[in-house]
Design a binder for this molecule. Structure first.
Ligand SMILES: [Zn+2]
Length: 466
């Protein structure tokens, strides 16, 4: 338990590589729509969402397996950034929401994941990490829902996120950049070759990978200023594209399309990301070729909800539920909308359904279910609420929001000691160690020395401040 705590934040401090590295050397961005008071750290804004996490994990799982990496040891982390980027550290693959939004097919993302897995399996990141040891970076966990508020408040459709992305285009010293490109070239070619092998082994096409890299290569020729970080960290000389194309076309799976079911999940994900990051206008833009696509209608429902028209959003989501009664994420959004309408009991029923339908048992859905039970306010529901929130936390120990719900539920029961202890955990995993210790010290005063909860408080009290 101690080791988890003391390692969790420092690990994030060195969690950057590749695309982010370039970013650091140019504008110290990519990262950082928000900043922590008193710290000069930039932030990697993490997005948590049950639906997107499940889909990207499904994309990555066969690739990770065939690369000989342990599936459980590799985590997929979604980064809230509108630029096309993906990067790895020792045990994680970071994927920007911008990449997920821009990729039109699952195969395009699977190609990027295969390439990044190539870097992971090749141990490429370790050398880069040394150069990054000094970089102060802290993770801030946010949810897509929290994001909606940011987007809603931003004028002219330019969210804080896209502004952060735009900062990257300001560029940096040319020479430093060129050194970096040389340094990376060999590793890039190696990662390409590994990616092609993984895709062939898993019976998948490398067409999407080629599409993505060709897109960068062309865009680079057209525009000198609007540089995407993935393009900077993945230099695409003509020969590399040509090599890639020869290899990709030699695969018997080159023309194998994505399954319609997977494409549909991809469309739903794009609709959701578009709605949360750019509202209704972004949904329209994303699906301009196919405005009746289920992803477009899903995005429209979510954008309507974020706009404050919850009754209209509810009707729109109910139409989708009729089409796909077994989709857990439609129920999840329904629950969110009902919570917004202060109908906590109905929301709890929607989240309960979502949880029952969710074969992965996402901790996020369980926590939302618990929260809705708590907000419904009956004593019986309050007990059940704590059970659900704790079950969510058990499989997602570093997610601060879960502890926040737990603190609220205990406070509602009048159990201030456990509420303080949960608040301490919430602050701890938000990187606010000093605040965490204040809560832990207060909780510990009323706990019996040596009990598991006393030790839990002690772990936080004796954690090192960053
Ligand atoms: Zn690469």
């Amino acid at each position: 338990m101690m080791s988890v705590r003391t390692f969790s934040l420092p690990r994030f401090l060195v969690a950057l590589s590749r695309g982010a590295l370039v970013t650091m050397t140019t504008a110290a961005l990519c990262i950082a729509p928000v900043s922590v008071a008193g710290a000069q750290s930039s932030l990697v804004p993490i997005v948590r969402d049950a639906e997107i996490e499940a889909l990207v994990t499904d994309y990555a799982a066969p690739i990770i397996k065939t690369a000989g990496l342990s599936r459980n040891a590799i985590r997929i982390v979604l980064v809230n950034n509108s630029s096309f980027n993906a990067f790895v550290d020792g045990r994680r693959i970071f994927v920007n929401t911008g990449a997920l939004l821009q990729a039109e097919t699952p195969n395009e993302i699977i190609g990027v994941l295969a390439h990044e897995t190539g870097h992971l399996a090749g141990g490429h990141e370790f050398k880069l990490r040394e150069q990054l040891a000094a970089a102060k970076t802290l993770a801030v966990v946010t949810s897509l829902l929290g994001l909606g508020a940011v987007v809603g408040g931003a004028a002219g459709g330019a969210s804080g996120l896209s502004k952060a992305g735009m900062g990257i285009t300001m560029g940096g010293p040319e020479a430093a950049m060129r050194n970096l490109l040389n340094y990376q070239r060999t590793e890039e070619m190696a990662a390409d070759r590994s990616a092609i092998t993984y895709l062939a082994n898993t019976g998948q096409s490398a067409k999407g990978m080629l599409t993505t890299f060709e897109r960068f290569s062309n865009a680079l020729a057209l525009s000198g200023s609007n540089i995407d970080p993935y393009r900077i960290s993945h230099p695409m000389p003509r020969e590399r594209i040509a090599n890639l194309e020869t290899l990709a076309r030699s695969s018997p799976y080159f023309d194998k399309p994505d399954s319609p079911a997977l494409q549909q999940r991809h469309d739903l994900m794009r609709g959701k990301i578009a709605a949360y990051t750019g509202g209704g206008a972004s949904v329209l833009r994303t699906f301009r070729k196919d405005p009746r696509n289920i992803g477009a209608r899903y995005g429209d429902a979510i954008a309507t909800y974020l706009n404050g028209s919850s009754q209209s959003a509810l009707s729109k989501i109910d139409v989708l539920i009729k089409e796909q009664p077994k989709n857990p994420y439609f129920q999840e959004i329904r629950g969110e909308i009902l919570l917004k309408q202060n109908k906590a009991s109905d929301a709890a029923k929607a989240f309960q359904k979502a949880n029952a339908l969710d074969s992965r048992k996402s901790s996020l859905i369980r926590m939302s279910y618990g929260r809705a039970l708590m907000l419904s306010g009956t004593p019986a529901n309050l007990q059940a609420s704590i059970k659900e929130i704790k079950a969510g936390i058990a499989s997602d120990r570093e997610y601060p929001t879960g502890y926040g719900y737990l603190a609220q539920a205990y406070a509602q029961m009048g159990d201030m000691v456990r509420s303080d202890l949960a608040s301490a955990e919430q602050k701890y995993y938000s990187g606010k160690i000093q605040d965490a210790q204040i809560f832990a010290i207060r909780a510990q005063r009323s706990l019996k020395s040596g009990t598991p909860e006393w030790i839990q408080a002690q772990d936080i009290i004796s954690a090192k401040r960053k």
